[in-house]
Design a protein around this ligand. Sequence first.
Ligand code: NI
Length: 187
Amino acid sequence: MALLEIAKLGDPILRQKAKLVDLKAIKSKDNEMQELIDNMIETMREEDGVGLAAPQVFKSLRLVVIECSRNERYSEAPNIPLTILINPSIKYYGEETALGWEGCLSLKDLRGLVPRSTEITVEYFDREGNLQAIDAEGFIAIVLQHEIDHLDGKVFLDRMDDLSQLAYVEEFEKYIIKKETAESELI
Ligand code: NI
């Protein structure tokens, strides 16, 4: 396994629409694809991310990994089991939206307040090539919408409707986190 370099905002790969993963390659246990998945998991853990999309490691493919357990960057966050999503698509959005603070390994020092649907249904293929679906709500729904956006060349800034709610981590922790801890909307 190997750690992968993270693409930073401004790199054109983050703005491309990623290509569908060839499911035949997944089912035939194509080593290169399985190795990419393992390397993405290792990189996400090393960087303390709760999700990582393939374009963020310079692979323009529709592939996402998510996981959250005792995360230092998002200490308030609930657990998310390790999930690998190949060719994910959001099949349903709930009517309700909520604002939550997001960060991104490709915009590492920034936090922004982003509106997202509170409930979604995502269909995807797992790393064995089997079709799966998740009904997600709350934090996991936010993480999935954030990561799937990366596959369409979008970052969380594009989803913000008030750019005054954008801050560097240091200032976020100094001025915003204290005020909002009680509400625990922090991700
Ligand atoms: Ni991101």
